[in-house]
Ligand binder design. Structure first.
Ligand code: AMP
Ligand code: ZN
Length: 114
């Protein structure tokens, strides 16, 4: 999709520090990390939010979730624990309208989040 930051990253047109890639997803370091481990997992295909991604119904959301768990494992926080977040809509602070899973870990995470 034109003018979408994460489509640009998926296409390799915008630089990102990639940590994992699968057939239909990419995981890369968040540019403004909120924890020692803060990775974003995106579908290469554009979906504006989680509802759209889930609605695709073709296993893409499963692949994003599996890659999020794999990223947590490969970055060493599978045992200590981690959090997966899909911010959705303005009150959740979604700023990039290309669905993405945040993978956060490496420090104690408060609950509920602020
Ligand atoms: P959200 O607020 O859930 O939409 O999350 C968007 C995330 O994208 C934020 O955590 C940003 O720090 C991150 N972000 C924005 N631009 C980039 C970029 N060029 N590379 C990596 N992460 C980015
Ligand atoms: Zn996009």
């Amino acid at each position: 999709m034109a003018d979408c930051l994460f489509c640009g990253i998926a296409a390799g047109e915008i630089p990102a520090t990639r940590v994992l890639e699968s057939a239909r997803t990419i995981a890369f370091q968040d540019i403004n990390p909120q924890a020692p481990v803060h990775v974003l997992v995106i579908p290469k295909e554009h979906h504006p939010d989680l509802a759209s991604l889930a609605g695709a119904g073709d296993g893409l959301l499963d692949e994003v979730a599996a890659q999020a768990a794999l990223a947590a494992s490969s970055l060493g926080v599978a045992e200590s624990g981690y959090r997966i977040i899909f911010n959705t809509g303005p009150e959740a602070g979604q700023t990039v309208h290309h669905a993405h899973a945040h993978v956060l870990g490496g420090r104690p995470l408060t609950w509920p989040p602020g």
